[in-house]
Design a protein around this ligand. Sequence first.
Ligand SMILES: *[C@@H]1O[C@H](CO)[C@@H](O)[C@H](O)[C@H]1NC(C)=O
Ligand SMILES: *[C@@H]1O[C@H](CO)[C@@H](O)[C@H](O)[C@H]1NC(C)=O
Ligand SMILES: *[C@@H]1O[C@H](CO)[C@@H](O)[C@H](O)[C@H]1NC(C)=O
Ligand SMILES: *[C@@H]1O[C@H](CO)[C@@H](O)[C@H](O)[C@H]1NC(C)=O
Ligand SMILES: *[C@@H]1O[C@H](CO)[C@@H](O)[C@H](O)[C@H]1NC(C)=O
Length: 398
Amino acid sequence: MIKKLSVLYWVFTSGSFCHLLLVIALWLCSYQNVVALSLLPKPGHISSTSELPSSPNSANFQPIEISPTMIPHYPFHGEPMPPMYPSFPKTYDPVLTGRCPVNFSVISSITAKTASDCTQSLSTVVGNVICCPQFNSLLHIFQGFYSNHSDTLVLQNAVADDCFKDIISILASRGANSSLSSMCSVKSSNLTGGSCPVKDISTFEKAVNTSKLLDSCSTVDPLKECCRPFCQPAISEAALQISGIKMTLSDNKNIVEAPTEIDTLNDCKGVVYSWIARKLRFVDANNAFRLLSSCKVNKACPLDFKQPSEVINACRNLAAPSPSCCSSLNAYITGIQKQMLITNRQAIICAAVFGYMLQKAGVMTNVYELCDVDLKDFSLQAYGQEGTNSLSETELGS
Ligand SMILES: *[C@@H]1O[C@H](CO)[C@@H](O)[C@H](O)[C@H]1NC(C)=O
Ligand SMILES: *[C@@H]1O[C@H](CO)[C@@H](O)[C@H](O)[C@H]1NC(C)=O
Ligand SMILES: *[C@@H]1O[C@H](CO)[C@@H](O)[C@H](O)[C@H]1NC(C)=O
Ligand SMILES: *[C@@H]1O[C@H](CO)[C@@H](O)[C@H](O)[C@H]1NC(C)=O
Ligand SMILES: *[C@@H]1O[C@H](CO)[C@@H](O)[C@H](O)[C@H]1NC(C)=O
């Protein structure tokens, strides 16, 4: 347990809240094997992460499940895309096809971020939870960028091939795993709108309530979207409207059964994303798309963390074990522990959230290790009852 918390403390050195949720997804996934937990699972682990929801375009065309638990209120979301990991210095000039008519330096902030989220040595671990959502987001943004000055929302097949190759090679030149495409199950055809019947902007804007779509998705609120989604259903609705499939979202749970219709809806979602990307600044589009992915992992810590100022003061700049740090930490945790009964799974998230808060405030010592804080310190009442609370099992959005 202690080892696990210690690792938890270090996972989030500079990620956004979005990252936090995504990493936690990976975490919960491997939580089944409580004993054998480490930051770098063996390569075989990747197969278990593949069951996680990884892209906004998953085949399940339902609005996302809404967790009754609330995301905790704390103030560090929406930062301008810090690199989550130290970037690897190996960069070289990519060899481009020369046939993709795009000035890639205009989108370099997004490609840089994607490369850093998809670095070779990390991608096997964080692939489906961090790298692929970011890679998908890049492709949506690219599509919107490419089509910005034309009247179509998609790329033609040939140019899609070329641009896709260029994107992969730019990412690889910045250290990303070159098998991103297969790792994230994305192909150049994902840029073409596939079987979606509507690909041009004027038909799109006639078929869809665009002001509603833009209102819902131009600023995705990280605290609200995951609990009471606005953007995700608006995208689904728009995709349905342009798909030509005659059904309404409220008709039935299994709204679409035929595989071809599911494919069409997914392809149409790609078109909707492209339209949204055209309308937003890159950074806003990226935040929105990443948040939509992370909302699927909407299991959150229900505890309310007051600003832990005393802990921060006592534990900052520690070189050696410090009784005052550990006693203020223990007092703080004892306090929040009394708020409510939580499950072990929630405790993991709470421990991660709290560790993240402390790190943000400059506590760079791993205080969980230093002070022997255990997972059960976060979930005393529920300890040993894992699985008895159905909440803990149902919200990973599978
Ligand atoms: C590409 O974009 C960059 C930055 O926006 C700009 O400085 C450069 O001149 C552009 N290159 C071309 C060939 O248009
Ligand atoms: C890239 O990812 C694949 C699949 O996840 C993995 O097998 C491969 O080892 C990675 N490549 C490198 C160079 O790390
Ligand atoms: C599209 O073009 C408009 C103006 O020409 C610009 O404001 C907007 O940022 C562009 N969007 C993308 C995704 O390039
Ligand atoms: C890309 O297209 C394939 C089918 O061609 C689909 O299964 C997959 O979900 C798509 N991925 C994204 C990110 O749209
Ligand atoms: C578009 O949606 C908004 C609500 O977001 C609604 O007020 C408006 O009437 C809709 N417009 C059309 C043409 O349906």
